[in-house]
Design a protein around this ligand. Structure first.
Ligand code: G3P
Ligand code: CA
Length: 322
């Protein structure tokens, strides 16, 4: 049956239609507080694994934060490290890897997935950091396809994906170049029709500038860290040619100049003043990686738009009842 022209629609039906349109057209910028499960839920389950993403969902995450790299044969895989991590990786014979380990880029998908990443190496410093993490032996480094398929089967359609491109301008030989990584990533996102549900994030803003050019509808988040031992802002090498000095020393202004709608600072770098400045520029602010309940409560009280946490359940608990 064909609909009559809009001006002849009954008022109630028109109002209903406008309400639906308003809701669907509502920019996700106006969405509810974003509880992001970091690497799934690293505090509870092996990071960047299907078990971890399930744990994040069970803990109440509204977004899965995850990291991606590219294998030798061009598969987009979900892993934080440019090289297999000896603190969480066993080979097909069950032996813990010893450094130097291969880069993801040097392995085919089949070679990569021969490894088990479902348990932290007993006695390692990394294992001591995550005492509540429950092992899930047999977990493999998943492809991004598999993560999207899992979400399709088990997650609500409102779930979002905050996907971090893991590459470094200082280690160009260890990963695919930014163009290849962005092209491969966008191809997977498009295969699943998920442009509207992803954010691409990176410390290496070159990939974000590429996303803006190649897929203008895809949201991006500019990551920043300005600690004495780790800084991706000061040198200009990570910020796609943008210079802090040319933007009044303001990271929010730098993010705005890049064109990213989200600023994700290390939470220790955030102050109420910087939050207010970012807001005035129209940016959403989603700090990482916040695990201490007191820090989470403070940032919620300041009014951040979301929090990335290894314990997404702690963020849920800190939110006012709805
Ligand atoms: O989302 C940002 C956060 O994940 C960055 O830190 O090192 O855990 O990827 P990292
Ligand atoms: Ca990450």
């Amino acid at each position: 049956m064909r609909n009559p022209p809009l001006d002849r629609w009954p008022r109630a039906r028109l109002a209903r239609l406008l309400a639906v349109l308003a809701l669907t057209a509502l920019p996700w910028a106006a969405a509810a507080f974003d509880v992001q499960g970091h690497r799934g839920a690293r505090g509870l389950a092996p990071e960047n694994t299907l078990a971890g993403f399930r744990a994040a969902l069970a803990a109440g995450a509204t977004t899965w934060e995850l990291d991606v790299g590219l294998t030798r044969d061009g598969a987009v895989v979900v892993s934080h490290d440019r090289r297999l991590n000896p603190e969480l990786t066993r080979d097909a014979a069950g032996r813990w890897l010893e450094p130097p380990t291969p880069t993801l880029a040097a392995l085919s998908l089949a070679e990569l997935q021969a490894h088990d990443v479902g348990r932290l190496r007993p006695g390692s410093r990394y294992a001591a950091q995550w005492p509540q993490q429950r092992a899930a032996d047999g977990e493999r480094i998943p492809t991004l396809d598999a993560v999207f398929e899992l979400a399709g089967r088990e997650a609500p359609a409102s779930l979002r994906f905050n996907i971090e491109t893991k590459l470094s301008p200082l280690a160009p030989d260890e990963t695919a170049p930014p163009e290849a990584m962005v092209d491969a990533l966008l191809a997977v996102i498009d295969r699943h029709g998920l442009r509207g549900r992803v954010t691409v994030q990176s410390f290496d803003w070159r990939t974000l500038a590429l996303v803006h050019r190649r897929a203008p509808g895809v949201a991006t988040a500019a990551l920043s860290v300005q600690r004495p031992d780790l800084d991706n802002i000061a040198s200009g090498a990570w910020t796609a040619g943008l210079s802090l000095a040319e933007h009044g020393g303001s990271v929010p202004r730098l993010v705005k100049a890049l064109g990213a709608p989200v600023w994700s600072p290390n939470f220790r770098d955030l102050t109420p003043e910087r939050l207010a400045e970012a807001r005035a520029l129209g940016l959403r602010v989603i700090p990482w990686t916040v695990n201490d309940p007191a820090d989470i409560a403070r940032l919620v009280a300041w009014g951040v738009d979301g929090i990335i946490s290894d314990y997404p359940g702690r963020v849920v608990q800190a939110l006012p009842p709805r």
